[in-house]
Design a protein around this ligand. Structure first.
Ligand SMILES: NC(=O)c1ccc[n+]([C@@H]2O[C@H](COP(=O)([O-])OP(=O)(O)OC[C@H]3O[C@@H](n4cnc5c(N)ncnc54)[C@H](O)[C@@H]3O)[C@@H](O)[C@H]2O)c1
Length: 311
């Protein structure tokens, strides 16, 4: 049986994710959007690349026809508006909250067994909306942010040391915002802690660049935000689930007391497999790291409360 992945939002992140899913031959893809023509056009364009890229995944695009998503194994949700220069992720809150609610209700009706990978910002808050609107168990609602933030951290470490990105393991925990927490102590280059290879000053600069990684790209692009790496992040999670890899990745997961945090989506290391979040890995944090994680979680909680006020 072929696997099926639906991508809602055929914009920059969504279309790139659809392309990567197909080119990695992970699943057939349905690309959905509110726009007329755009999802169908992008899907057709991708299907026409298939003979050159050498894959047989079927890609279809449609406008608001959620029946096409029926039976999806995974639904990646990128629907929403992206950040513009000077705009914080939180500014997106009220618009994207309403979009997320509509999209997830439609998805849950046709693909009740699917696993949701949420990408739209503000990420952690959107996971809450998706969790509530879907009624899915917490294991099947997962936010993509930590994979991207960790990839940025890894890329910057590789640039600093002029070594292969493949040698680098790094974690960024917390909410997907300015309060995210790069955990240098658990980040390694071929098993060697980066704290032994990079001076504290340089490391602080790399952590800062990681925290501001999204804004750096928004500032350069001027219109819209990053999408190649975010799409890669969503597809790495998709692959881990479809192939039941039991891969440990930093993802926004619903915490029920882990890390001392309750009833909140926050970025932590999780084990991703066929059932979605199969485990939450609790790593030991020192006082500074724990404080930073709590601070980050509090900023997520504030957004969740703001959403309640917005209704
Ligand atoms: N989690 C992360 O790390 C991360 C990284 C990058 C972008 N994002 C977020 O992902 C989202 C998408 O970013 P993008 O660059 O692809 O934006 P984009 O504007 O290129 O695409 C968004 C698409 O969503 C569609 N859309 C809007 N309302 C919809 C609805 N009700 N149903 C279906 N589709 C709808 C739009 O028509 C558009 O095609 C944004 O919210 C952005 O902030 C998150």
């Amino acid at each position: 049986m072929r696997k099926k992945v639906t991508v809602v939002g055929a914009g920059n992140v969504g279309a790139t994710a659809a392309m990567r899913v197909a080119e990695k031959e992970l699943a057939d893809v349905v690309l959905l959007d509110v726009l007329e023509g755009v999802p169908a056009g992008k899907a057709l364009d991708l299907a026409e690349a298939a003979p050159i890229e050498g894959h047989d995944c079927r890609i279809v695009g449609c406008t608001n026809q959620y029946q096409e998503a029926e039976g999806s194994d995974i639904v990646i949700i990128t629907a929403g508006i992206p950040r513009k220069p000077g705009m914080s992720r939180d500014d997106l809150l009220s618009t994207n909250m309403r979009i997320m609610r509509t999209v997830v209700s439609e998805v849950a009706a046709v693909a009740p067994k699917s696993i949701l990978i949420i990408v739209s910002n503000p990420l952690d808050a959107m996971c809450h909306v998706a969790y509530e609107a879907s009624g899915f168990p917490k294991e099947r609602v997962i936010g993509m942010a930590g994979v991207l933030d960790s990839a940025r951290f890894r890329a910057f470490i590789a640039m600093e040391l002029n070594v292969s990105v493949e040698n680098i393991h790094a974690f960024v925990l917390g909410g997907h915002g300015d309060t995210m927490v790069p955990i240098s102590r658990y980040s390694t280059v071929a098993g060697i802690p980066i704290t032994e290879l990079i001076s504290p000053d340089r490391l602080a600069a790399i952590e800062k660049r990681t925290r501001e990684g999204g804004a750096e790209i928004v500032g350069l692009l001027k219109t819209g935000s990053a999408y190649y790496a975010p799409a890669s992040g969503a597809v790495e999670m998709t692959e881990a689930i479809l192939k039941d890899k039991k891969k440990i990745l930093a993802c926004a997961a619903y915490l029920s007391g882990e890390y001392g945090i309750k009833d909140l989506f926050v970025g932590v290391p999780v084990k991703l497999g066929a059932r979605g979040v199969e485990d939450i890995i609790e790593i030991k944090l020192n006082e500074g790291e724990r404080k930073a994680l709590n601070h980050s979680a509090e900023s997520v909680r504030k957004l969740v409360e703001d959403m309640k006020r917005l209704g």
